[in-house]
Design a protein. Sequence first.
Length: 569
Amino acid sequence: MKPRRAYDAVVRTRASLTLIEGLGSRIHQTVSPRGAANTPRWRLLALGSAVLDIAKARRLAATDDFELWPRLVLDVADLAVWSFAAHDDTDTSEDSVIPGVALAAEAGARLGPAAFVIPIVNASVAAAIRHARGHRLRLEQFSWQAMGVTGGWMLSVFARRRRTALQREHDVDLRAQLQGAELAGLHDVVMTNEGAIDVLQRATALIDLGGGAPRRRDFAGAFKADVAAAVRSHATYLRDALMVWQTRHNMQPELRRTVSIDLVAEAGTILLDESQVASLHGALDSLTLAGRVHIEPADWLTALRPYGDRDLLVGDVRVALPNGTGERMWTFDAIPTAFLMGIGWTLQPMGDHREGVPFSATAVPLSIGVGATIWSARRVDRDGIASPRVALALSFTSALLYTVASNRTMRHPHTERLISRYPWTLPLQGYELVRSITGPHLEQLDRRIAAAGTAAVIVAGWTLAPRPRSLRALAAELQWTAGTVIGARQLRDAIQQHATEVASLMRQNDERDIAIAYRRGRARANTTIAAAVADARRILNESKAHLDPELFAEARRRLQSAELIMSGR
């Protein structure tokens, strides 16, 4: 599996975003009374553009290659066509800019600030065409593509920051796991070759008895004690954990509940980490135990694997002791980017080229959006996720306040042809972005309340809209909101898929490294024991002249026996 890149989630949703922005523009161009496709010929061309959008999306779904220049040429060509369709006004010319947002967003994710060249190129082409037609270039319209660049860029930045933070934490965990796995391998060899070590000790004892060498240390006892002490400094033996619990349990005054643990002997040296010990003690406390209690591993193979699960059978009850290290969630929360995009949507209607919503009406919702962006970014950096309920509450409050204030204060509620404008549908997209991202983290009741929030904003916006009101114009604006929901959900799922793949890749690498560390521990133990055997054989040969022949023969036999035990023969 190839390494996952910070912008992979954006790449996976680019086909959907291309459809949403492209088809959304065609719908708006033909359905909205403010659209540029207001004649049969231009409606037919809009249909042709929609077919091209679908073809582009199919191509993008089939590969993850960037293909920047071919896509930029197609977007510029589309912009040129619809710049010819537009009149010298804001309403009919704005839709020509939107299809380029998908490429701008992906470029922002891949290239960072360098991607701002895309809206610059598009604006230059539009300027040339509109100048030739005697129309004014409305440069502020290209803020949509600039928002796309910023959104993609920020998604990559937040993903990269989260990945780096998790990697640091993971590396600390892994170092501890590798050390523990090496000690486990060392300990496993010592336990497996305990008989060989004891035979080796008895062979060296004969040499000592012969008086031909200085008194040697207790190799077997000291070596095994050193290994046990090293292992206990990083883990707890199952036998030790059970004895601690039994001693505490049996201190209670009710003698009828006294417990005598019968642990399968071979399971005593199974290693538990701190969290597994706590889980074991908690599970035993919750059971009504008395008398002799038989305990054994539920799965020997898994229980003996370094950092495997340590599930036990306590009588007939299975006690789950999963790998205490746990698995970090490599996902990142897109909420800060959602709030950042919401800020852009809130600012758009302030210009005189649009609804002219005054700053006095925008200030409070904008302040909430800025504060929410900072708050969520800090939470994501620290905890990996921002509170979904708080995020929803902030986004809903901002959208509703803006809806009320903008309807009452906007200077241009209608176009020159008296077609309704609905500035509040833009912050509503920000709320829908937050609602879609937080959905999986909410209870069903919370999701219903959040959906009711959407309905509340729409009802308030329609009720407070200045007359005359155009339902057709509202429907054309709300289709963008529907597209936002679809795109946000796909982005959310892509982020989760990206996280799953990263976690899988890390797990594979960790298991490989842990297996290597385990084998390294075994090799250390085998080398130590083999060196002790070689040392004992050397001393035996050097002491041959001072030893009784029978003692020499017996010592040599014991050394050979130790070597046979170690070789498994």
